[in-house]
Each structure stands twice: as structure tokens, then as C-alpha cells.
Design a protein around this ligand. Structure first.
Ligand code: PGA
Length: 251
């Protein structure tokens, strides 16, 4: 796995945005897997800045978000639909017919997860997935567990994940839904390229476990060690507990 360590969170976000821009230049109809979360906000700011400078064109791209909270409508400010409009969709030339998120108000989850997985496979699967990592090691909402789901599924959130999303509900984690729809670990890892973006000291310990610890379903992000084309883009703080060679960006 390639590990890039940048001085600051802003530089890490900008590096991930440039990587996406280069991939879209090579392949304008790329299918992107996209994250939400606080880490991704500067990444989207950097992407929007590149778009405004004419460096990136989304016209032919397709996007699939990794997940959505369950029990919220698209226009609910807590929804990932709202997050994506706020941080990306309202600012770039993505075709709204080619931006996809699970429907958080679906109700019939069996049908919804099948629909999402079908749309993904009709689009040819993910070309490039940009993912974050939860402090509990989740990717998407594949929460630490004795077993993981391969495909898109309905999932109960761990308290840590609800707390991490409190920023969407004016700081009140009890207002964060208890369940979500998430791509499965297999769906994410089938992306041709996986880019993990992590910043800040609060991620240092889980980043070290994910990138250098044993591959285990208890740290779902550790499975990216087995991906043939995974890149981790970190700031110095998030890389703080990696082995010295990795911290220097030597691998
Ligand atoms: P965060 O979320 O950027 O808000 O920490 C990342 C994630 O849970 O994937």
C-alpha cells in the first residue's frame, strides 16, 4: 500500500483532491465512491476549488456515496444527501442523474439495499473509492464485528459512530439516527483504486492499527491492506503512530 504523509490536514485533503482530478482526466466517465464526515469537508473544498479553476470536469462522472443514515429524508439537514449538496453537488457540474446515495427514507431496507447494489453493478462497480476511517476503524458504516457484510446492507450504528456524526445534528448525538444503509466491505474493496484519507491526532491510533496491525474484521479498515491498489493519504498527526519508515512516506 502506498502511504503519503503530508504536513497538514489541508495539504492531505488537497492531495486527495488532485488524485481524483488526475483520475477524472484520464477517465472522464469514472465511477467514484464518495465519503462523508468531517475529514472529507476540506477534501470537497479542494475539489470545488479545482473545478472553479477549470482543472477538473465532472460532466461525465458517476458518483455513489458509501452510505446514508436511515430514517432521514433527502432534505433533512442531518442527511448525507444534504451534506453532499452542501459540500459538492451544488458547486460542480455533476449530472444529478448520475449521483447516487442510498435512500434514507426507503423503509423497505431489503429492497433498498438490493436497488443500490444493482445500480452500482449496472454502472460497472467503483473505479475509485475515496474513504474515511472512523475512530472505531469502520469504513463506510462497516462497523467492527466478528463478521462483516460483503454487500450493501442495513446496519445498526455503534454509539461511537452516532457520536462522530453529532456535528450533523447541532452537536446532539441522540438526534443522529440509530441505523444506516452502507455499502458492504466487498463492494468498497472491489473498487479498482481505494484512497483512504485520514487526518488529525484522534485518528493516529486507529490508522496504525488499520495499516500495520493484523487484518481483522474488528478493524474493518485493516482489510484495505489486502487491496492491490490502496493509497493512504494522511497528515502528520494521523500518521503519528505509524512505524518511522511509513511516517517519512517511504512506503
Ligand atoms: P470523520 O468520519 O471524518 O467525521 O471522522 C470519518 C468516517 O467515519 O469515515
Amino acid at each position: 500500500m502506498r502511504v503519503e504523509v503530508l504536513q497538514t490536514a489541508g495539504r492531505a485533503a488537497a492531495s486527495a483532491a488532485r488524485l481524483v482530478a488526475r483520475a477524472l482526466e484520464r477517465e472522464p466517465s469514472l465511477v467514484l465512491g464518495l465519503p462523508t464526515g468531517r475529514t472529507a469537508i476540506p477534501f470537497y473544498e479542494a475539489l470545488v476549488a479545482l473545478y472553479r479553476r477549470g482543472v477538473v470536469d465532472f460532466r461525465r462522472a458517476t458518483t455513489f456515496n458509501l452510505d446514508e443514515l436511515a430514517g432521514v429524508k433527502d432534505d433533512d439537514p442531518r442527511s448525507y444527501h444534504a451534506y453532499m449538496r452542501r459540500h459538492l453537488f451544488d458547486h460542480v457540474n455533476l449530472n444529478p442523474r448520475r449521483t447516487h446515495l442510498p435512500d434514507g427514507a426507503a423503509g423497505d431496507w431489503t429492497r433498498e439495499v438490493a436497488r443500490y447494489e444493482r445500480h452500482l453493478s449496472e454502472a460497472g462497480g467503483l473505479g475509485l473509492a475515496v474513504i474515511g476511517i472512523g475512530r472505531n476503524g469502520h469504513i463506510g458504516f462497516n462497523e467492527p464485528s466478528a463478521r462483516l457484510e460483503a454487500r450493501t446492507h442495513y446496519v445498526k450504528l455503534q454509539p461511537a459512530s452516532r457520536r462522530a456524526n453529532a456535528y450533523l445534528a447541532r452537536g446532539d448525538w441522540r438526534e443522529v439516527p440509530t441505523h444506516a444503509v452502507s455499502m458492504g466491505i466487498g463492494t468498497i474493496l472491489q473498487a479498482r483504486t481505494v484512497v483512504l484519507l485520514a487526518t488529525g491526532a484522534s485518528k493516529a491510533s486507529i490508522v496504525a492499527r488499520a495499516l500495520e496491525g493484523p487484518i481483522t474484521t474488528r478493524v474493518p479498515a485493516s482489510l484495505i491492506q489486502a487491496h492491490p491498489a490502496a493509497i493512504a493519504i494522511l497528515d502528520r498527526e494521523a500518521a503519528g503512530r505509524l512505524s518511522a519508515a511509513r511516517r517519512r512516506g517511504a512506503t
